[in-house]
Design a binder for this molecule. Sequence first.
Ligand code: HEC
Ligand code: HEC
Length: 324
Amino acid sequence: MKKIFKILGGLLALVAVAILGFVVWVQARGIPTYDPPKMAVQPVAITPARVLQGEKIVTAMCADCHLDRSTNALTGKFMNDLPPEFGKIYAANITQDKTHGIGSWTDAELVGLFRTGIGRDGRFRMVMPNFVHMSDEDVNSVIAFLRSNNALVKAQPIPSHEQEPSFLGKMLVNTVMKPTPVPAKPVLDPDTTDGVAYGHYLVVGRYKCYECHSKDFKTNNALVPEKSEGYLAGGTRLLTPTGQEILSRNITCDEETGIGDWTEAQFVQAVRFGQGPNGPLKLPMPKFTLMSPQEARAIYAYLHTVPKLKNATAEDGGGTVATR
Ligand code: HEC
Ligand code: HEC
């Protein structure tokens, strides 16, 4: 008997040492640093068409985090819609200021960050999404817009806030949140005349609907989005701007719990203007106001080819949001 206790005690001590070691390792590493990605990128030619396309993408995909309402520019802000257990995370100033913004970043450094999540100094950028499947041309358009004379990106000398991740935040950034590899091949534009292919690109590449609309950020698959758990069937926990928990909804075409009974016109209205058939959609569902009707219709066509999943979220009377 005594011997067993001794062995158990020894095992417990080992486990305790292992946990302590892990805690010390995570604290010491903090936000990890990697080799900055080496990108073979030509300087991006700034054309009016790219600036226009870039505006559409940046207002839909970047402004929610980087726009500060008090400057009305992309000067960054405290991310108050992030669950507080991750710590305090701040989106950076991405205006053209050479010291505090991205005015001195090269095009290759920007592309490197968008593709991998690693900054030019090697520091991993937490929470900043990576754009693995965005086409090279769309990435170029984003850069052209960031270099344009739009008021959103005009140089403003406002320092970016340092990140203050909690222990959990540091743990995640050392375990599940990882840089993504530099794409091995050019990422081509989709065939926009093929509705389903175009819609697929919009859902995983340009607008990343799948990221919010699958089961959980933690089980999303950045490299093969379709392998994300509960792909497009909703359930990811998010916060409204006033801090209430909200679940993303099922946008597969399951008739009962998804959008299988929606008409194309209802869908286009919901995505572009936030007006669903049963009432307005709450933030953080973005309003894709600059999205063209053709894009919204392509997404609708693609969603009709995605495997239907049954997942009742709050509006179907299921999956009620847990209160903390
Ligand atoms: C979910 C919120 C979120 C979205 C969406 C987002 N970002 Fe960020 N971004 C951040 C955060 C947070 C940081 C700072 C991360 C850090 O310092 O670790 C950041 C950092 C950056 C940086 C690095 C700046 C620096 O000085 O380090 C650039 C450039 C950038 N974002 C551009 C963009 C662009 C362009 C888009 C849209 C295509 C975008 N971001 C979308 C949250 C976001
Ligand atoms: C930042 C996270 C986020 C992103 C990105 C996002 N959504 Fe949503 N979406 C939500 C949330 C949260 C809701 C639920 C809103 C509510 O309950 O009022 C929602 C609701 C919807 C609905 C209503 C479904 C229903 O049953 O009422 C549709 C349709 C939809 N989103 C489509 C899209 C499409 C298409 C995209 C990409 C172009 C997209 N969403 C991107 C978070 C997001």
